[in-house]
Design a protein around this ligand. Sequence first.
Ligand SMILES: Cc1cc2nc3c(=O)[nH]c(=O)nc-3n(C[C@H](O)[C@H](O)[C@H](O)COP(=O)(O)O)c2cc1C
Length: 419
Amino acid sequence: MEKFAMKRVDDFRLQLGKKELIPIVVGGMGVDISTAELALEAARLGGIGHISDAMVPTVSDRRFNTKYVKNKLRQYKYNVANTEKAVVKFDLGLLAEATALHVGRTMEAKRGDGMIFANCMEKLTMNAPRETLRVRIKAALDSGIDGVTLAAGLHLGSFALIEDHPRFRDVKLGIIVSSLRALQLFLKKSARTGRLPDYVVIEGPLAGGHLGFGMDWAQYDLARIVIEIREWMKAEHLDIPLIPAGGIFTGSDAVAYMEMGAAAVQVATRFTVSKECGLPEKVQQEYFKASESDIEVNTISPTGYPMRMLKNSPAIGAGIRPNCEAFGYLLDSNGSCQYIEAYNREVALHPDAKKLHVMDKTCLCTHMRNFDCWTCGHYTYRLKDTTCRNDDGSYRLLSAEHIFRDYQFSTDNKIALPE
Ligand SMILES: Cc1cc2nc3c(=O)[nH]c(=O)nc-3n(C[C@H](O)[C@H](O)[C@H](O)COP(=O)(O)O)c2cc1C
């Protein structure tokens, strides 16, 4: 009798327009945790990789030795001690230039049959939400990005912001949602542009980064949301590839979603311990070491979204002076940020303190820039089971290729250890 053949991710393909891809998407991980190197590997292997558009001037400084941050700080230095940050603005020309560098150089280096998308977060409001979002997306399109995944926000006006771009109809555009309601709102508000998204990422409550749920996140279940959205789309005669994300840890987890009708899966946490990932190795060892009780979802992000992270993240409780003159990515349209308010409150309460602690909010720009906010997926505590130990007891980093191929070919919930 023929042996029962268990399915693997490689038995499926993601069809995006004319393109046929391995149905594995490496999700965007902000402030250069999903580096160009990581995205390029995913694309080389026939899947989709993401770079992120979080703090691109900062990333460009690190990647290309530009001086965007230094120059912005010099321009606004006079304001550093001021509690009001509304004067701090981004120069849109420079923002476009930095984006063009980051995206352009990445696309020039692309090899293989896969694609590279940019993760574009609406919550990076940058003291001029519409203008800076438009510039970021347009510069990415100008620089040849294959696709843009709209993230961290409802993006109700984002298609309209770029509808006059010559690539608007041919570039792949997708949106991340965590509920049917968010998808319905997006489709309704974008209908006027006469364009549907090319794919929808459905992100559940076990994902890393910011969550599209309240602090009641644990009551939600990714599979249920996927089925709800799938059934609604069927009833509406809509045919848009669905890409679940959040807690998909093995190839078999992925296959279960593909059999449920998903077109691909988006994964991230397993790649946080890849050599190509932007996290410093010291931090990657913290991810490996973490146990389930070392991970929490908290509300310290000034974006207002809950965020999952390691409890020993240096960002938690740190009371540093806001760095909006150098960064300022989370300043809202009024030039304020929840961290500034929390920080100013603590300064007023403890005027003589040498060191401040701000427990309820964190200076996310600075801490993400310095890899001190260790955001991670729920299953980070399983990363130690995906590798071997070195002689000194540390965990061995993996190649992105190893992790990608493990998702692609593994069966029976197995995880291949490195050679
Ligand atoms: C370290 C880390 C950083 C992340 N940063 C972002 C981000 O900047 N923007 C975003 O849309 N999603 C972000 N995410 C979410 C991932 O793109 C992805 O959708 C999700 O984590 C998939 O679940 P998994 O990590 O369980 O595989 C991040 C995830 C991790 C682990």
